[in-house]
Design a protein around this ligand. Structure first.
Ligand code: 13P
Length: 244
């Protein structure tokens, strides 16, 4: 059975507390709510916990507890009943120098606590220009999934987010996305023996291009950045992609 698509809103470091309460009033929709995950800034997570849709966190630290000022542990997030965690976003890799090895520790730790892990991978414009996309994606997959027990793979969703497509209003063609998703699935099958890993697409997904992107046959959902902070726009994306 083909699983339903998952729509994840990565709000990044956006919106004030007042704007969040406005958002919560506007962001209302009917079933099925379990196909929608909203990942606000961590400080706002408590506002979202009573909502009928799912809540996720944009990042976690892999250690359980201790003197790590400013960090939030997987066990703390799990204790709130949150089910989804985004790991390895390119903004974490680029601005906070997270390595594949750091991300691997986060993946393992989050899986241990029962999270569904959204693992972001993607090539930069430079890597694409040098025709290194396949090599980069393979390296990220092999390093970030290293030593992950295969029985966890059903709890992992790969988010293919080409760095050059994020916040740029430019997306790859449908065929490029479809072929890249197939490539990712092939790598996971070849190296980890797991068939049909779920792969989402992220990068400049909006209410104008979603009908088209939704035609990609092998996509398991979308990771939406900028468009997810505008409630009306995000609702349109959900309407197109989530089957009632
Ligand atoms: P945009 O949708 O703003 O391009 O961001 C995508 C993204 O980084 C989601 O994680």
């Amino acid at each position: 059975m083909k699983s339903e698509k998952l729509i994840v809103g990565n709000m990044k470091m956006n919106l004030s507390a007042t704007e969040i309460s406005e958002y919560l009033k506007k962001f209302q929709f009917d079933d099925p709510q379990d196909q929608v995950v909203i990942c606000p800034s961590a400080v706002y997570i408590p506002y979202f916990l009573k909502q009928p849709y799912k809540v996720g966190i944009q990042n976690v630290f892999f250690r359980d507890k201790g003197a790590y000022t400013g960090e939030i542990s997987v066990s703390q997030v799990a204790s709130l009943g949150i089910e989804y965690v985004i790991v390895g976003h390119s903004e974490r890799r680029i601005y906070f120098k997270e390595s594949d090895q750091d991300i691997n520790k986060k993946v393992i730790s989050a899986l241990k606590y029962g999270f569904t892990v959204i693992l972001c991978i993607g090539e930069t414009a430079e890597e694409k220009g040098l025709l290194k996309t396949a090599r980069v994606l393979k390296r990220q997959l092999l390093n970030c999934l290293r030593n992950v027990d295969t029985h966890y793979f059903s709890k992992i969703i790969i988010a293919y987010e080409p760095v050059w497509a994020i916040g740029s209003d430019v997306t790859p063609t449908l065929m490029e996305i479809e072929e890249t998703i197939q490539y990712i699935k092939g790598i996971v099958l070849q190296y980890f023996g797991h068939e049909d890993i779920r792969v989402m697409y992220g990068g400049s997904v909006n209410s104008k291009n979603i009908e088209e992107l939704n035609q990609i046959s092998n996509v398991s959902g979308f990771l939406v950045g900028g468009a997810s902070i505008r409630a009306e726009e995000f609702l349109k994306i959900i309407e197109v992609t989530v089957k009632k």
